[in-house]
Each structure stands twice: as structure tokens, then as C-alpha cells.
Design a protein around this ligand. Structure first.
Ligand SMILES: *Cc1c(COP(=O)(O)O)cnc(C)c1O
Length: 375
């Protein structure tokens, strides 16, 4: 390797307004730089326990088994899938974008037969579709759905689904990667049995941890497994002995927790709770409305009918060069926005207003920059 000065890798400060990661506050970056402790050091365990307690508040749950999985949001998805499903099981998955598609793939890799409930990208899944799928597949062990489809910008309503799903004896599983900390989300009140998220979207923490929470029904399903969890690293029956201190023997080494990332998440959650969940959700709503008004005044239109606040998916106007516009935003303004994915590639832009990035300053800046670049 050439002897390149390390300073050559100094990253620029960007204004992250894409589908994630979102901008990280200095307080969180400083927390990352605190001294590394051992993963069984009582001081570290206290920090981790407090992090889990704050996660319960942010998820609005009393679930004891709530902790950050080591890995990004996708590790959370895999963790839920491998622990709840066994070879030969059946599952129902809402597929209306990239992440529903991935969830189906991940669950099939667990050996499950997955029945997709589909909607056009940008649309949401209806309760009638879920009910029909449960009628057609009465053996389904779980119904999984994406709350905030980051690939299309659609917000999936979740209220009322638990009653349908529980009436058929299935578990209600939710992907909340782009909603936790940005949209209203009530795990206990909405009857969600297992949920995963990520640190790098509305929590405004670097990518690296995946908060998850399992309720009693999910625990019972895991305890009744006939086979070992396919993934050693993500096996909750072992992880819970470390994260909850359960299992009789106190804390048991499984893998070394990402210590400094836990500090970062602790600080990010502290910031979330200082602001207050309701105020934070309201700020995301207000910034979404401000952005939307500005974009629509420029003649741009939203693709999804039920738009997320945290992710704004708009059609690329005729005559605009997708890659060139995004490149100019990055080079001239330091602003990152997202490209379209899958069937929306070349047709959509995705503007994230997540956590620390959902500010008047960012909204007005991206509007001004787009106006200039599109002129
Ligand atoms: C970003 C995202 C994921 C994956 O998270 P990573 O941190 O990229 O692993 C999963 N689901 C949704 C809805 C997402 O937006």
C-alpha cells in the first residue's frame, strides 16, 4: 500500500438529507470518544442497562427483552427472523418496497414459506389484505410489516392490525428502522410482539446498533423452538443472558459488546428524551410540512399518498438529470439526498428529515439549493 497521509481520509462535514445515515450531533460524537471500558465492567453494565431502559421509553414498551443488537438495522431484521422462525414455518410479509422485499428474503433463508401481501410501491398494505392473507394461510406464525418504507416514503398505518393478527394466533412483527424517534410509535399500545430499528435514522446516532424489543408472545414462541437458532451471533436465547442478566449465572460473555457505540446510543437517546417523544414527533411533522409546501410550490410532487415525515419521496421533474442534480447538491452545497431504488431508480429523489437533520435550516437550505440547481 502506498504511504498516504491519514489526513487524506478526513471526511467532509456533509448535510445528510438522504435515506440515512442522518446527521450526528457533536454530543453523540464526543460520547463515542469516551474511554473504552471492558464489557463486563460494572460501570459499562450500568451504562448498558440505562441504555436499554431508555430504549423502552422510546419504543413505549415495558418489554424486559429490549436491547441493541450489535450491527446495523439489517442485523435487527435478521435477529427477529432467525429467532422467531424455524424451518417449515409459514410467515406473511407486507411487500411494497425494498425493505419488505428483503424481509421476505431473510425469512425464506430461515427455511420459512413466506406469503407476500403486495401493494404497488408507494402504496400501503390494507387491513383487508392482511385479514385475507391470514384466512388463506391459517398456519402463519407471524405477520411482518414495514412501518416506514424508506425506499418509497410511504407510512404504513399499524393501528388495528394487532387485533386481526392475534385473533389468528400469529405474532405481529414490525420494521421501525425509519420511524423510531421520528414518527409516533407505541409498541405496547399497538400490540406489537417483536420490533427492530436502527441507530442511524431518526435517532441520529452513527450506524452500528439495531435496537430490538420482544414481548411475551414472542418470548413464548422462542422458548417453544424445537431447533437451535440458525445464527449463533444473533441467538437471543444466549444474548438475553448478557443483556438482561437472566439465566441464573448473571452476565455471561457471548460477544464483546460494541462499547463505544453503546455510549453513542446512550447519548443519542438522552437527547431524544430531553426533547420529549411527542415534541420530537411534532418537529418531524412540522419540518415535513415546511418541506412539502416548498417542494410543491416549485411544482414537484410527492409519490406516496401517505408520506412519511422522516423521508420525502418526490418525482424527478421532466428534463432534470437525476445524477447531475444530486452531484451538484453534494459538490456545491455539501447536501446529500437519496436516489430512487428498484422500480423508482431514475424516477425519484428521497429527501430525509431525520432526527438532528429535521431543522428549519436544513429544509430551507435544501429548497434553495434545489431551486438553484433546477433553474
Ligand atoms: C435503513 C433501513 C433498514 C436497514 O438498516 P441498515 O442500517 O442499512 O442495516 C431496514 N429497514 C428500513 C425500513 C430501513 O430504512
Amino acid at each position: 500500500m502506498e504511504n498516504v497521509a491519514l489526513s487524506a481520509f478526513t471526511p467532509n462535514e456533509r448535510i445528510l438529507m438522504g435515506p440515512g445515515p442522518s446527521p450526528v450531533p457533536q454530543r453523540v460524537l464526543r460520547a463515542l470518544a469516551a474511554p473504552t471500558l471492558g464489557h463486563l465492567d460494572p460501570q459499562y453494565l450500568a451504562i448498558m442497562d440505562h441504555t436499554c431502559a431508555m430504549l423502552r421509553e422510546v419504543f413505549r414498551t415495558k418489554n424486559a427483552l429490549t436491547f441493541p443488537v450489535s450491527g446495523t438495522g439489517m442485523a435487527g431484521m435478521e435477529c427477529i427472523a432467525v429467532n422467531l422462525l424455524e424451518r417449515g414455518d409459514e410467515a406473511i410479509v407486507g411487500v411494497n418496497g425494498v425493505f419488505g422485499t428483503r424481509m421476505k428474503d431473510v425469512m425464506e433463508r430461515c427455511g420459512a414459506t413466506v406469503h407476500a401481501v403486495e401493494a404497488t410501491w408507494g402504496e400501503v398494505i390494507t387491513p383487508e389484505q392482511i385479514a385475507a392473507a391470514l384466512d388463506a394461510h391459517p398456519k402463519a406464525k407471524l405477520v411482518a410489516i414495514v412501518h416506514a418504507e424508506t425506499s418509497t416514503g410511504a407510512l404504513q398505518p399499524l393501528q388495528g392490525l394487532a387485533e386481526l393478527i392475534h385473533a389468528r394466533g400469529a405474532l405481529f412483527v414490525v420494521d421501525a428502522v425509519t420511524s423510531l424517534g421520528g414518527h409516533e410509535l407505541r409498541v405496547d399500545e399497538w400490540g406489537i410482539d417483536a420490533i427492530y430499528s436502527g441507530t442511524q435514522k431518526c435517532l441520529s446516532c452513527p450506524p452500528g446498533l439495531a435496537p430490538v424489543s420482544f414481548g411475551d408472545r414472542a418470548l413464548a414462541v422462542m422458548d417453544a423452538r424445537k431447533t437451535k437458532v440458525q445464527s449463533w451471533y444473533l441467538d437471543v436465547s444466549m444474548l438475553r443472558k448478557y443483556y438482561t442478566g437472566g439465566g441464573g449465572g448473571g452476565r455471561v460473555y457471548h460477544h464483546t459488546a460494541p462499547i463505544n457505540m453503546t455510549y453513542a446510543l446512550h447519548e443519542a437517546l438522552t437527547i431524544v428524551l430531553e426533547e420529549g417523544l411527542d415534541a420530537r414527533v411534532e418537529r418531524h411533522a412540522q419540518m415535513h410540512r415546511r418541506l412539502r409546501a416548498g417542494l410543491e410550490a416549485m411544482g414537484l410532487s410527492y409519490i406516496p399518498k401517505h408520506s412519511l415525515h422522516s423521508l420525502n419521496c418526490i418525482g424527478i421533474p421532466a428534463g432534470a438529470d437525476d445524477a447531475k442534480v444530486r452531484r451538484r447538491l453534494l459538490d456545491e452545497y455539501g447536501i446529500e439526498i437519496g436516489a430512487g431504488l428498484g422500480p423508482m431508480a431514475g424516477k425519484a429523489w428521497r429527501i430525509g428529515l431525520m432526527g438532528h437533520g429535521a431543522t428549519v435550516r436544513n429544509v430551507d437550505l435544501v429548497l434553495a439549493a434545489l431551486r438553484t440547481v433546477l433553474a
